[in-house]
Design a binder for this molecule. Structure first.
Ligand code: MG
Length: 362
């Protein structure tokens, strides 16, 4: 069979109102989900979609730059070329992680249709449900606790607690969460590089004493020796996120042995590079979790299908849709006692009327 070629790439900017802001790290926040829907059509008539979530404080992208890089640089390299070569052709363009990631995921979605497979079959997903975590941002304590109560009532059983602006307040918030939920809810922390080499071991030990399971990215990424030392010290399992944006980053981090669990975010490495990262991390004996990069239901469903691969055992960040007032899909995902059903994720489709209603006119 001749591989289908890429016939068209289309981008639509959409904006989804949120139930309150998400705050993390030393100065990042998100008040509205203004994302880009990327559609890739192939020469055999199959068509795939994916979501690109711009994160200017993480990757430097905005909705406008995602649309521009696709129009000016990526589409000209891809149109008329075999769909199976899309990821390697896009490697010529540096950075622009979520623009490239969305094209790659849309290509896989289209190729699954083209070959008569489900996306789960194409990605090697074997499990029928995935364990989910919810990102609990930094904020006024009563608001954060109310949000936690709401999402636990909606089925969340693992909370990733953002820490790093005020340590005493972080600890007080964690103690309050434990008092509220007891053993029914598991907790871990994401420090987004805000600890110091002098206090990180002590802080990780304090989190372990409190019963937290892991800490994501405690130290600044450039402090690579300090991060390797901290991991060797073994106070608490460390998750790599900011330090492992790409496969290239991952090779360096494995070489320096800086982490225990890899957080693979399909929106930034697409499915092609995410698969390669999962293979390398798994071969090195590392644990894996998946993140949707605060995607809406379409992006979350795609990440959830990938997260059903057999080597991915840790709770994955697949519940940001609980923070959205609107969606562009026909259905919403639901959580049952901490789990997301992959068959549900496979049935998620764009609702054209909802998409039109949420489209940003530019
Ligand atoms: Mg993180």
């Amino acid at each position: 069979m001749i591989a289908p070629k890429i016939a068209a790439i289309e981008t639509i900017e959409f904006s989804l109102p949120m139930l309150g802001e998400l705050r993390w790290g030393s100065q990042s926040s998100l008040a509205v989900a203004r994302h880009v829907l990327v559609t890739v059509a192939l020469s055999d008539g199959s068509c795939g979609v994916a979501e690109a979530p711009p994160r200017p404080t993480i990757y430097g992208e905005t909705a406008a730059t995602i649309i521009a890089i696709i129009r000016d640089e990526l589409a000209p390299r891809l149109l008329g070329q075999p769909a199976t070569t899309a990821w390697e052709r896009m490697a010529a363009i540096r950075n622009n992680h979520t623009a490239k990631g969305a094209i790659d995921m849309a290509v896989h979605d289209a190729l699954a249709q083209s070959t008569g497979q489900s996306l789960a079959e194409r990605l090697g997903a074997t499990r029928d449900r995935v364990r989910v975590s919810y990102i609990l941002g930094i904020g006024a304590r009563d608001e954060v606790l109310a949000e936690a109560e709401r999402v636990v009532a909606q089925g969340v059983r693992v909370l990733k607690v953002k820490v790093g602006r005020d340590w005493d307040e972080d600890i007080a918030r964690i103690r309050d969460l434990q008092a509220m939920f007891g053993a029914t809810v598991e907790l871990y922390a994401d420090a987004n590089e805000t600890m110091l080499a002098e206090n990180a071991a002590h802080r990780l030990a304090a989190l372990r004493e409190l019963g937290l399971h892991y800490c994501e990215e405690p130290l600044p990424v450039e402090q690579i020796r300090a991060r390797a030392t901290l991991r060797a010290y073994g106070a608490l399992p460390i998750i790599a996120d900011d330090s492992a944006f790409t496969l290239r980053d991952l090779h360096r981090e494995l070489e320096m042995d800086t982490f225990d669990i890899l957080n693979i975010k399909t929106p930034r490495t697409g499915f092609t590079e995410s698969l390669a990262m999962a293979t390398h991390a798994s071969a090195a004996g590392k644990g894996i979790m998946v993140g949707s990069q605060a995607g809406s239901t379409i992006g979350t469903a795609r990440a959830a299908i990938f997260a059903a691969r057999p080597e991915i055992a840790h709770p994955s960040e697949l519940s940001f849709f609980l923070k959205l007032r609107e969606e562009i899909t026909e259905r919403r995902l639901t959580l049952v006692d901490g789990w997301l059903d992959v068959r549900d994720a496979l049935m998620v489709r764009i609702d054209p009327a909802q998409l039109r209603a949420m489209t940003v006119q530019t």
